[in-house]
Design a protein around this ligand. Structure first.
Ligand code: ADP
Ligand code: MN
Length: 295
């Protein structure tokens, strides 16, 4: 779908779309005259291009004291995809997988096989993570597009650090605007794993705790939204922690509370689902690097 949308655009369409995007820091709706002067297109030609962008819902427009245009999330998706493709990160975008709460996650073909691309949506669909990240509801961003770009950058950059520190996270492959390309993990979300024998359950939990320990002690961050929905278990029972944009630094006053809650959620899940009991205080010490051994 996005791939087809991009294919239907020529260089001029993309240029006009980029101009509208680039002026959004100055105008909620970019005046037509400004798009005209920036694009240097004859008015009739520009009007065809804008009509096309509008009918494809890549821009919205407003007629009032002046006619103005603004980019939509779909328009932003197309520009991000275009950039990732021209850099060779993505060869072809495929189907949407995972009904994410805050993002649209697509399968894609990368230069070396399957990858995924997550398009952040800011808080358009869910205020939960936004509230957590910002701390206070009053601070909610008014500009979801800027916010989505910010959390795309946050997620990509922290994943690079986590991956370098050898934490079990999907390998980050590239980022543009609100889109993060990463390794595709073939497996299922932890909440879908129904049966594990005791050793397997322990191994999966230990691997999650090990990733949290690396995140805490080597990268200096706490995930902050950990649950059985943000862990992917591969076919060979390796546990990957995903969905990092709301992380907080360990120095943050909220870090200890969030770490405790992350651990409570995950330990409670393992107890309920697999009958595996692990002590919270022990796990806290382990993740903070205050213990040497993992048992
Ligand atoms: P959200 O903020 O929408 O919860 P997530 O990062 O948790 O976003 O991704 C949503 C869903 O997309 C996941 O539950 C998972 O099914 C799928 N997904 C995300 N990243 C990957 C990945 N690297 N490999 C495979 N599936 C993934
Ligand atoms: Mn998630």
């Amino acid at each position: 779908m996005l791939e087809e949308t991009l294919a239907a655009l020529d260089a001029e369409d993309l240029r006009v779309l980029s101009i509208i995007e680039s002026l959004r820091d100055r105008f909620e709706y970019v005046p037509l005259e400004l798009i005209e002067s920036r694009s240097r297109l004859p008015p009739a030609r520009l009007s065809t291009v804008l009509g096309k962008l509008r009918s494809m819902r890549l821009v919205d427009f407003r007629v009032g004291s002046f006619t103005g245009y603004t980019i939509t999330f779909k328009g932003l998706d197309v520009l991000a995809l275009h950039s990732l493709k021209s850099r060779g990160v993505v060869k072809r975008l495929g189907d949407r997988i995972g009904a994410g709460k805050e993002g649209d996650v697509y399968l894609a073909e990368g230069p070396e096989g399957l990858i995924v691309v997550k398009f952040h949506r800011g808080g358009v669909r869910s205020f939960r993570k936004v509230k957590r990240f910002r701390g206070y509801v009053e601070d909610l961003p008014t500009d979801w597009i800027e916010y989505a770009k910010l959390i795309g950058e946050r997620e990509y950059k922290v994943m690079v650090k986590l991956h370098e520190a050898k934490a079990m996270v999907p390998k980050p492959l590239g980022w543009n605007r609100h889109a993060v390309a990463q390794e595709y993990i073939e497996g299922v979300e932890l909440y879908k794993v129904k049966s594990l024998d005791p050793q397997e359950a322990l191994a999966v939990l230990n691997s999650i705790l090990e990733t949290l320990r690396i995140a805490y002690t080597k990268v200096g961050v706490v995930h902050g939204d950990l649950s059985e929905y943000n862990v992917l278990v591969s076919n060979s029972l390796e546990a990957y922690i995903i969905d990092w944009p709301q992380y907080v630094y360990v120095e943050d006053p909220r870090a200890e509370l969030l770490l405790k809650r992350d651990l409570e959620y995950i330990l409670r899940f393992f107890k309920r689902r697999f009958g595996l009991t692990r002590d919270l205080e022990w796990a806290l010490k382990f993740v903070r690097g205050e213990l040497i051994e993992s048992s």
